[in-house]
Design a protein around this ligand. Structure first.
Ligand SMILES: *Cc1c(COP(=O)(O)O)cnc(C)c1O
Length: 216
């Protein structure tokens, strides 16, 4: 099936309140154009260099989602245009996003990445760290950062129970803090596990291979 057919089929199968981010990392600009022409506006990238290049090349009404690990010294390159940073994983990074936002007088939307998988390879705050950060209201000290919710990735496993439990833990965290911090976004679910994620309250899914085909 083609990129636009994939998009259409996936959108038809998910609830309307779930935002589909098309993860276009490693894919050529032409593939993004095809998706864009079919009406898709939300794209996710995980490398700064690639994100900047694609942003420069493609129409300006695209909403760019940064979903990969972000080094503090790179924030300045995307601060002016990024729609949502999903992968905020340290207080240092929050401070830098705030600083860059202040420079250009733009409030930058973020999600806190939570490590729900216990894989040492994944970035993110622990559940305890999130509880502390939000209970002490540390996050409220930053006027140019808008915290919208959480992002998490489940373990790479075929055991659906493990995946479901990990998504459930993030959903519980979201429920716990959402009213105090006006959280609205829960970003979880990739090509292999987005149905489980939606069942567990996700309202942003990040799909790459299901839309654009396998990556090399
Ligand atoms: C690559 C990536 C995705 C998409 O992965 P697929 O399995 O191709 O859907 C989603 N989220 C993050 C953070 C990624 O790095």
């Amino acid at each position: 099936m083609s990129i636009s057919e994939n998009l259409k089929k996936i959108k038809k199968s998910i609830p309307e309140k779930v935002l589909l981010v098309a993860v276009s990392k490693t894919k050529p600009v032409n593939d993004l154009k095809i998706a864009y022409r079919s009406g898709h506006l939300d794209f996710g990238e995980n490398k700064i260099q690639e994100l900047i290049l694609k942003h420069e090349t493609l129409p300006k009404n695209i909403r760019w989602h940064m979903i990969g690990h972000l080094q503090s010294n790179k924030v300045k390159y995307i601060a002016s245009f990024v729609y949502l940073i999903h992968s905020v994983d340290s207080l240092k990074l929050i401070k830098e996003i705030n600083k860059q936002g202040e420079k250009i007088n733009r409030v930058i939307n973020i999600l806190l990445q939570v490590d729900i998988s216990n894989d040492s390879t994944k970035y993110g705050f622990s559940l305890n760290e999130i509880n502390k950060l939000l209970s002490d209201n540390i996050i409220n000290n930053f006027n140019f950062v808008s915290l919208n919710g959480f992002m998490g990735m489940a373990s790479f496993t075929s055991n659906f129970n493990i995946i479901e439990n990990q998504f459930k833990s993030l959903s519980d965290l979201f429920e716990k803090h959402k009213s105090n911090h006006s959280l609205t976004m829960l970003s979880m679910g990739m090509s292999g596990d987005y149905k489980i994620a939606i069942k567990n309250n996700s309202n942003i899914i990040r799909l790459g291979s299901n839309i654009f085909g396998k990556r090399n």
